[in-house]
Design a protein around this ligand. Structure first.
Ligand SMILES: Cc1cc2nc3c(=O)[nH]c(=O)nc-3n(C[C@H](O)[C@H](O)[C@H](O)COP(=O)(O)OP(=O)(O)OC[C@H]3O[C@@H](n4cnc5c(N)ncnc54)[C@H](O)[C@@H]3O)c2cc1C
Length: 303
């Protein structure tokens, strides 16, 4: 069996891996289960010369109670970031705010969060989820950016539609984008599936965003090839430091992160916390090139 087939076969067994084992392997990607854990991590991130963005873990809310709880925890997070004087914003998934069961409820929840964040001088990034919600997510961003200047969106370079989406965003108002490859598995009709195509799309979108006057671009990748291409582009286009930042996930590519900071690039670290860590962890573990061996080894040595 080829190593990538083997990798995929092991990834397929993840739902059967005991939760405590998943927790142990995903611990490096998550600040902890409490807000205090996230704030402590951001303090360290700030001390290392980076800014932060806190994600209250959770997605696909199916009830009013879940939305109320999520909004409440985000409001606590916003207040805590402010009172601890952390250099940090928040990242939010619209499905956590009820997008999948009521667009109106989701908008209401976002209005509350954006107003609280603005009052405390904080930036809110709307994370991008799978392609079933790309259009409503962009629509909500477009509406809110006319009322709030502390909100940004995410564009995924794996999606074929992204060039058009970026063109429309740039043509219709101030645009603050985090650019990433995209984590969700999407059908070939709508997404590039080849790694080089996804990379090329990323580089083209980055140039399109800089050239089109995006207010700020978050370059969210740990891929050394893309990081080098981005550095080259920033140099040749003379992009000022207030118009871009690199962004990386907690627990990933620490060495590359430190190198970029040492060169003087702005860098933000994504810091997730919360009880609802399972789905996020599975997505991170799937992307970890070294995880297969570790999981196999632990399954056989601890059970
Ligand atoms: C700040 C931030 C925010 C993001 N927000 C979103 C979002 O809103 N929506 C969305 O769809 N996606 C989001 N992503 C995820 C993104 O789409 C990619 O899935 C993820 O970043 C992996 O792609 P990569 O560009 O780092 O390249 P890859 O080729 O996947 O990784 C490059 C190298 O990074 C290292 N690496 C990557 N992942 C791991 C890992 N889990 N463990 C250990 N090493 C690893 C490896 O050395 C790997 O070879 C976000 C990513 C970042 C950094």
């Amino acid at each position: 069996m080829s190593s990538s087939l083997f990798h995929r076969a092991v990834i397929g067994t993840m739902p059967y891996v005991p939760r405590p084992l998943i927790w142990r392997f995903s611990r490096r990607y998550i600040a902890g289960t409490h807000l205090q854990d996230a704030c402590k991590t951001v303090e360290q991130v700030n001390a290392a010369g980076c800014t932060g963005t806190i994600d209250v873990l959770g997605e696909d809310s199916t009830s009013e109670e879940q939305v109320v709880a999520a909004v409440d925890l985000y409001l606590q997070t916003i207040r805590e970031i402010h009172s601890a004087s952390l250099d940090c914003g928040v990242s939010v998934k619209l499905s956590e705010m009820g997008l999948r069961f009521s667009v109106a409820r989701c908008r209401e929840a976002m209005l509350v969060l954006l107003a609280a964040a603005r009052e405390h001088g904080l930036f809110v990034r709307i994370d991008m989820e799978d392609s079933s919600v790309t259009s409503p997510t962009l629509e909500i961003y477009r509406d809110f950016r006319t009322q709030f200047d502390n909100v940004g969106i995410v564009i995924q370079s794996c999606l074929r539609r992204s060039e058009q989406d970026v063109a429309e965003l740039l043509a219709s108002g101030p645009t603050d984008v985090r650019l990433c490859k995209g984590i969700y598995v999407e059908p070939e009709e709508i997404a590039f599936c080849d790694a080089d195509e996804i990379r090329d799309s990323f580089s083209e979108l980055l140039e399109q965003l800089f050239a089109g006057g995006a207010r700020r671009v978050g370059i969210a990748t740990h891929d050394p090839i893309l990081v080098t291409r981005a550095e080259d582009l920033i140099g040749t286009m003379g992009v000022e430091k207030d118009r871009y930042e690199f962004q990386m996930l907690l627990g990933v590519a620490g060495t590359l992160r430190r190198k970029l900071v040492a060169k003087g690039h702005p860098l933000r670290v994504y810091v997730p916390f919360g009880e609802l860590w399972y789905n996020y962890s599975i997505r991170r573990l799937r992307e970890n090139p070294h995880i297969v061996g570790h999981i196999i080894k632990n399954l056989f040595t601890h059970h």
